[in-house]
Design a protein around this ligand. Structure first.
Ligand code: PHE
Length: 454
């Protein structure tokens, strides 16, 4: 890649490389681990519908805005927001959005790495044939044993985080671009195969109904908040990841088109995961509301009982590991980019500092599943609380600030120039969504969800 770039971290080699990396950031544990279990906890169809609505009306416009701000600022989120605030002659304090994003990313990575550690341990279980011939009980026992062991969880968490920091330390071109190239298509194919297997369980229709027949008596304002929070989480929005990736994006690339492709791929993968998992859950008498263990207690049943299942199982967990890795990279990249730019620290040192901090918080999360399982704050365990605060509050608040900035603070001529949409109507539509629909929807859902609006 050429050295003559405007961003000091170098640019993506092409639009395709950006799509791959941004899809890598979006597609991860959120789609395959989190989406099915929160759908199960929140009653199915109606929750899925609200989530899809949030993707379209809030997620996509904010994703366009966040990438656009990044490309215009061409720095880490904190500096980008300062530069753009200057350009718009607005208050300097807009850079707080960048700060909040860095903290959010670090908090999310601490538990993300623990869950990704579970995935790694399942790679190992698949390798040693632990799923073979398994039934509901034996497969659930595998998961319960892992939950009960702080040593195992910390071991796998350490391994995963180490891999993440190693890739981030190698920098944008070296690490990020290469690691996502083969991943998404293969995950897609494997999920389609798993959906095929789910069709043979006799419970496929029940799974379909659960996912797509909305029953609105099943959701309340808290579920709506979770659905909206997940739209941010799964697209990787509201904490500066897309802003950083946007800052490496060449000037001629159409942001809106690329965003639609990424959001589309992300949504399809989540829905496929749901279609693969729920029939298995029903066929084996598992609880839809089993929580974070849902995929670990359901999918190995398929791998343990289908022909060639151990190979599929192995492949699946390996791919999920890589999908998690390409997301975790983007969770910590804003912090690292900031330390490199502002503190003039070497990339490697920045990675060691951030890695250590994340590791310690991750250890606390790992312990919250066993020795500290009865430690609660506001009635929630440590993991649940961290997840709630980051995904349901911090990401939407970050996204809200981005929407307000892009819709109300930045001059229209600047955003129109940066987005360079083909038709003026497209720009008008985006501008309407980002100025009115997205911010007001986020405010109402947030206030209702936390109980301020009754
Ligand atoms: N989108 C990622 C996932 O679904 C997680 C993520 C959240 C990545 C926030 C970046 C920022 O797994």
């Amino acid at each position: 890649m050429a050295e003559i770039t405007k961003s000091q971290h170098s640019e993506w080699s092409s639009r395709f490389a950006f799509i791959l990396a941004a899809t890598g950031s979006a597609v991860g544990l959120g789609n395959i681990w989190k989406f099915p279990y929160i759908t199960g906890e929140n009653g199915g169809g109606a929750f899925v519908l609200v989530y899809l609505l949030c993707i379209v009306a809030i997620g996509i416009p904010i994703m366009i805005a966040e990438t656009m701000l990044g490309r215009r600022g061409r720095q880490s989120p904190i500096n980008t927001m300062s530069i753009l605030a200057d350009e718009a002659k607005a208050n300097k304090n807009w850079h707080t959005v960048g700060w909040m994003g860095i903290i959010t990313g670090f908090l999310i990575l601490s538990y993300y790495s623990v869950i990704a550690g579970w995935v790694l341990s399942y790679v190992f279980k698949a390798l040693t044939g632990s799923f073979s011939g398994g039934n509901g009980e034996t497969i659930s026992a595998l998961f319960t044993d892992l939950m009960a062991s702080p040593v195992q969880q910390i071991f796998w968490h350490t391994l995963f985080l180490g891999a993440t920091m190693l890739i981030v330390a190698r920098g944008v071109q070296g690490g990020l671009e290469k690691s996502v190239r083969f991943l998404i298509p293969t995950i897609f194919v494997l999920l389609v195969l798993l959906v095929g297997y789910a069709m043979t369980t006799g419970y496929y229709q029940q799974g379909l109904d659960f996912l797509f027949k909305p029953d609105f008596s099943q959701i309340d304002s808290d579920a709506v908040l979770v659905a909206m929070g997940h739209a941010f989480f799964t697209l990787g929005l509201g904490m500066g990841a897309m802003m950083v990736y946007g800052s490496y994006l060449p000037q001629h690339v159409s942001i809106a088109k690329t965003t639609l492709i990424i959001a589309g791929a992300d949504t399809v993968i989540a829905l496929l995961a749901g279609l693969a998992i729920f029939p298995l859950v029903f066929a084996n008498g598992l609880e839809v509301s089993a929580g974070p263990g849902l995929i670990f207690q359901s999918l190995p049943l398929a791998f343990g009982n289908m022909t060639g299942g151990w190979l599929f199982g192995l492949l699946f967990f390996v791919l999920l590991f890589f999908a998690a890795l390409s997301s975790s990279i983007s969770l910590i990249e804003p912090a690292v980019a900031f330390l490199v730019e502002n503190k003039k620290i070497k990339r490697t040192t920045a990675c060691i500092v951030m890695g250590l901090m994340t590791w310690i918080l991750g250890v606390i999360v790992a312990l919250s599943f066993n020795v500290w399982s009865d430690v609660t704050f506001f009635g929630q365990g440590i993991f649940d609380l961290l997840d709630y605060i980051t995904a349901n509050l911090m990401l939407p608040i970050g996204g809200l600030c981005i929407a307000i900035f892009a819709g109300w603070i930045m001059k229209s001529k600047d955003s129109a120039h940066e987005l360079a949409m083909e038709k003026p109507q497209f720009y008008a539509l985006w501008k309407f969504l980002i100025s009115y629909i997205a911010p007001f929807a986020v405010i109402i859902v947030l206030l209702k969800g936390v109980g301020v609006l009754g």
